[in-house]
Design a protein around this ligand. Sequence first.
Ligand SMILES: NC(=O)c1ccc[n+]([C@@H]2O[C@H](COP(=O)([O-])OP(=O)(O)OC[C@H]3O[C@@H](n4cnc5c(N)ncnc54)[C@H](OP(=O)(O)O)[C@@H]3O)[C@@H](O)[C@H]2O)c1
Length: 294
Amino acid sequence: MPILIDGKIVSTQIKNELKQKTESLFQDKGIIPGLALMLVGDDPASKIYVSSKEKACAEIGFKSIVKRVPADTPESDVLKQIDEWNQDSSIHGILVQAPLPKHIDSNKVIMRIRPDKDVDGFHPENMGRLVIGLPGFLSCTPAGIMELLKRYEIDTQGKHTVVLGRSNIVGKPIANLLYQKNKYANSIVTICHTGTKDFAYYTKQADILIAAMGVPELIKAEHVKEGVVIIDVGINRVEDPSNPKGYRLTGDVDFNSVYEKAQAITPVPGGVGPMTIAMLLQNTYFSAAGLVKF
Ligand SMILES: NC(=O)c1ccc[n+]([C@@H]2O[C@H](COP(=O)([O-])OP(=O)(O)OC[C@H]3O[C@@H](n4cnc5c(N)ncnc54)[C@H](OP(=O)(O)O)[C@@H]3O)[C@@H](O)[C@H]2O)c1
C-alpha cells in the first residue's frame, strides 16, 4: 500500500503552528501579520481562492485587507494600490490574484510589489534568490511540495526527479529547489514540457515524479516505474454527470491507475492544493516577524 501524502493534515498542522507563533509575535513585539489581497474582476475560481485566503488569515489571527475591483479597473489604479500597500507598515504581504484581465500587464504588477512583501514569491528578486540559494520568499506551491517531501521524509538525495511542466509558478521553481545542494534536495532533475518528444522515456526513470501540466489524468501506470513517489500538482475540472455539481476535480495523474506502483502519492484534491495557502500564511508570518533577511 502506498503512503498517502496528505496535504490536508500537514497544512492543518502548519496553520496550528502559525496560530501559536502569531500569538507569541503579538505578545512579544505587538505585531499582527497583515496580508493585503487584491481581486480584479469576478472570475469564479479567483473569487473562491481569495475568500479562502481571507478566511485562513482570520483563523490564525492575521489581519487581512481585501480590495475587490471591477475587471475594467485601469492598470494604473492597481499599481497605485500596490504603492500604498508597499508603504503601509501594517501590511507585511501583498498578493494580486492571478489571472489578471488582459489589459493589465501581470509582470508589471509582480515587479511593483516590494520584494520583501512579495509573499507569493513571484518577483524576479525572489525567483533569483531561490535559484542561487539565498534567503527569500519561496513561491507557495513549490514551497508546499518541499514541505510535504520533508514532513513525509521522502529521500531526495541523489534521486532522479522528473518535473512535468515549466511554468514560472510551479515547474521552474520546484525544479530549481530540488537540485539545490542541501539535505532536503540534491536531486538530479529533468524537466519535460510540450517540446519533449517522448515524455514517458523520462517519467519511467523517475524516482520522484512531479506533475504540473494541467492535463487531466495524463499519467498512467505505464508511464511510471515501481516505487515511484508521485506529487500531483494538477487541479483540473472534468465533467461528471454523477456528481451533483456536474464536475469533479482531478489531477494530472490517473490516481487509480498508478496507485499500486507508487511508494507514496498525493491525492487530488487534498494533496498539494491545501499546502499552497499554508505556505502563503507562512511567508506572511516570516515577513511580519522579520525572519527573511534581504
Ligand atoms: N495545487 C496548487 O495549489 C496549484 C497551484 C498552481 C497550479 N496548479 C495546477 O497545476 C497545473 C499546472 O499549472 P501551471 O500554472 O503550472 O500551468 P501552465 O502555466 O499552463 O503550465 C503548464 C506546463 O505544462 C506543460 N505541458 C502542458 N501539457 C503538456 C503535455 N501534454 N506534455 C508535457 N508538458 C505539458 C506546458 O509546456 P509548455 O511550456 O511547452 O507550454 C507548461 O510548461 C494546473 O492544473 C493548475 O491548476 C495547482
